[in-house]
Design a protein. Sequence first.
Length: 255
Amino acid sequence: MFERSNLENLVTYNEHFLFDKIEENYQNPESIQSPSKVIEKKPVVPSDCVDPFSGSLFDGNTKKCFLDGLKKTRCGSEVDTPCLCDSNKVHLIVKNCTSNFPSFDPFFDSFFDKLCLGLIEPQATCTNIPNPSFETITCEDPYKNYTLSDKAKNCLVSSANGSLCHNSSNLSCLCDSRTFSHDLHLCVEKNSTLQTETSRFLRDLCSIPPSVPGCIQLKKTESIAENIGEKIVMTKMKGIIFSVAGIVMLIALGL
């Protein structure tokens, strides 16, 4: 079940965007797989799932922009609204598909925010739909043999377990999750030592390939050839600047 506070965090949580720098590299499948081997595959979506964008008044260009961008994320379908609302990458795509007026509808981001604030949990078969064209990286134990204090590890573990990723093993989710970012920020915001520890760990965890000892498994899926970082760069060039505070400031200073 989704708590109301978590729903609000899915919409408003960009001031503590943990992976502003990391995600451009992390979510670029070309950094791992040769474009010559790339094949786009479609996810399997149950026919009885409700499409929240069906019947919307948005023009074809806006919806196409969103659906094209969605193919480059961990979310396998637009019916998986918990994934859409939890994904930092999806929120960036929504911003990009809203900013280029008059080509796209300027109210699309407001529609998406309302969708996430009023999020109703879909039936189980309509959630956790993987994108077979997106590179999936998993770790058996990301904390194994990594120097972390007990407090830092507890914050990371509890934040991962409480997020929509549900655990620490799926880096494709964890390094893109708003609920994880939010919970971790709350856990370390009053302790600068914990902020430094977790920032260092996340830089290593979300690099390509992961440079933490416990990440030994790399599950390669057939991925799309386009650079997933392109829309982030385009978005930033258009002047959409995300404010960075708290732990993110430490990450930026460390780069």
